[in-house]
Design a binder for this molecule. Structure first.
Ligand code: VG1
Ligand code: CO
Length: 544
């Protein structure tokens, strides 16, 4: 077996987005494309000789091929050991858990998360540091810079390694250890939640439906919910991970998880609790019988009920949410008298806060919640958190949420996504908005008056790094907000996201449908942005 130094020329488009490098599978299939990016990672992180790496992915098309390449490159770049999930599988939160538990130097996660998979779908790769979290912007920028100047990469000439047999094999001088992708993670969940109480809940006849969407969480959910907690067999649907997610779009929201939504809104046979997770298992959607919980409310509710959970009974150090996420959790933080941080979109911004012990719970409006138990958002963790709360409070999902609104007020919330726009048109909307800042202040739209508008900029309280242009905010005098952002995870054209939020203290109005309550704000958003004129789109692609 010999190490080869392969000459290569740089690609100009290897800039990681919100969560790693995401491209069409066929872009990754170009000669040297994956190898260049992996070498850029290895050159940037400068791991000491003999270091250990974690490797796994969400099982989508190209996962296995990429894993074999990365293993050979890791061996050629001086790593001593790679822990790889059996079959090349590790959910994103499980990878984070394994990095932390085994104190490895870092890990590589292969996933394009909620983006569709298959030969014509998307693929992705990201690097996580020794804290188990996504590399910070400083690291991803270094990787990008390296990718633009790369002249060669190192790879071991060797046979593929079997990924199905547990235990160690030698690849050159490097050990490849195939591990069970589920066990470390399941053990961590048992240490946080009251499994006895949740088991009793299921034994009492409480019915759950978990939609794994043919993505990575199927085996995790089956092991934890059905085997360890005794949920009825078949409670986990679409449990078999498929390379193309069965042709579906593994994004747990009301549009893409419609199969689950139909079950949860069934006239006479709806289960008590419904949940879904995404391609790589880090997102979650929570449903009750005929009831949808917005991710922003879910975060607030977990924070408000945290002390009911064994792993959080000491209370929370603080909470954090991404800027576009509703301020529902801010109200809980205020009541608990703990700090609440507002960060740019993307989990990489929570890591420093958690490492510094400033926050315990974090969340995003995009169906992501998590805590300092790992450094990624965690879909199944959120489900178990909810089940534990229900097991203690013995109330329905709907009642728990309604009581929460009655106590804290309701932040009506919705996100409109305009996917696959021509890039120039989407940029045009953002430029127009920025150009309008000067004249918007003080303008009155019906009952709303613009208080401030800006482009969100964040200074990390720990390392003081600054991230600018993180989304345009229009804030009204009553605290209502409209936010505009361009997505950093898409692979086709541009996706414009419009986030809408209005606070309602009066319980009399809490029953309203969010689309009704937000109608005026939606009209204002369209008017201010000239979105329809500039993009030619009458309707959003997805409303969440
Ligand atoms: C989206 C979400 C963001 C999330 C990111 C990664 O990013 O808005 O909140 O952190 O996806 O989630 P963007 O840039 O497209 O808005 V996942 O589950 O893809 O790792
Ligand atoms: Co994801």
């Amino acid at each position: 077996m010999s190490i080869r130094n392969i000459p290569t020329t740089p690609f100009s488009d290897q800039k990681p987005g919100t969560s790693g490098l995401r491209k069409k599978v066929r872009v990754f299939q170009q000669a040297h494309y994956l190898e260049n990016f992996v070498q850029a990672i290895f050159d940037s992180i400068a791991a000491p000789k003999g270091a250990t790496l974690v490797l796994g992915g969400d099982g989508r098309y190209y996962n296995q091929t990429a894993i074999q390449t990365i293993l050979k490159m890791a061996a050629a770049n001086g790593f001593g050991k790679v822990l790889v999930g059996r079959g090349g599988i590790l959910s994103t939160p499980a990878a984070s858990c394994v990095i932390r538990k085994h104190k490895t130097f870092g890990g590589i996660i292969l996933s394009a998360s909620h983006n569709p998979g298959g030969a014509d779908g998307d693929f992705g790769i990201k690097y996580n540091s020794s804290n188990g979290g996504p590399a910070t912007e400083t690291v991803t920028e270094a990787i990008y810079a390296k990718s633009k100047t790369l002249g060669s990469y190192r790879i071991l000439e060797a046979e593929d390694v079997s990924l199905y047999k547990f235990g160690s094999t030698l690849l050159g001088n490097m050990q490849v250890e195939v591990i069970d992708p589920v066990s470390d993670y399941a053990e961590l969940m048992e240490s946080l939640f009251d499994f006895t109480a949740i088991r009793a809940l299921f034994a009492s006849g409480f019915r759950i439906k978990f939609d794994a969407m043919h993505a990575v969480n199927g085996p995790y959910a089956q092991e934890i919910l059905e085997h360890r907690l005794g949920a009825a067999p078949g409670s986990v649907m679409n449990a078999l991970p498929l390379e193309d997610f069965g042709g579906g779009h593994p994004d747990p929201n009301l549009t893409y998880a419609h199969e689950l939504v139909e079950i949860m809104y069934d006239e006479d046979d709806a289960p008590d609790f419904g949940a879904a997770s995404d391609g790589d298992g880090d997102r979650n959607m929570i449903l009750g019988n005929h009831f949808f919980v917005t991710p922003s409310d879910s975060l607030a509710l977990l924070a408000a009920n945290a002390t009911l959970i064994p792993g959080y009974k000491q209370g929370l150090a603080g909470v954090a949410r991404s800027m576009p996420t509703s301020a529902a959790v801010d109200r809980v933080a205020q009541a608990l008298n703990i700090p609440c941080y507002e960060t740019p979109t993307g989990w990489k911004f929570f890591g420093n806060l958690m490492d510094a012990g400033k926050v315990t719970l974090c969340g995003e409006e995009s169906f992501g919640t998590g805590s300092s138990h790992v450094r990624e958002k965690d879909g199944l963790w959120a489900v178990l958190f909810w089940l534990n709360i229900i097991a203690v409070r013995k109330q329905s999902v709907e009642l728990i949420v309604r009581e929460h609104w009655a106590k804290y007020g309701r932040n009506f919330y919705s996100r409109y996504d305009y996917e696959g726009l021509p890039t120039e048109a989407a940029n045009g909307v953002m430029q127009h908005l920025r150009a309008s800042f000067a004249t918007l202040g003080g303008t009155q739209f019906g009952r709303y008056t613009v208080k401030t508008c800006d482009d969100f900029s964040y200074t990390d309280p720990v390392d003081k790094s600054i991230s600018t242009a993180q989304g345009v905010r229009i804030i009204f005098s009553d605290g209502s907000r409209i936010v505009f952002r361009l997505s950093g995870t898409g692979t086709e054209g541009a996706t414009l996201r419009v986030y809408l939020e209005a606070f309602e203290a009066d319980e009399e109005h809490h029953h309203l449908d969010a689309q009704v309550a937000l109608k005026d704000l939606i009209d204002i958003a369209l008017q201010i942005s000239e979105l329809r004129q500039r993009t030619g789109r009458e309707q959003p692609t997805v409303i969440t």
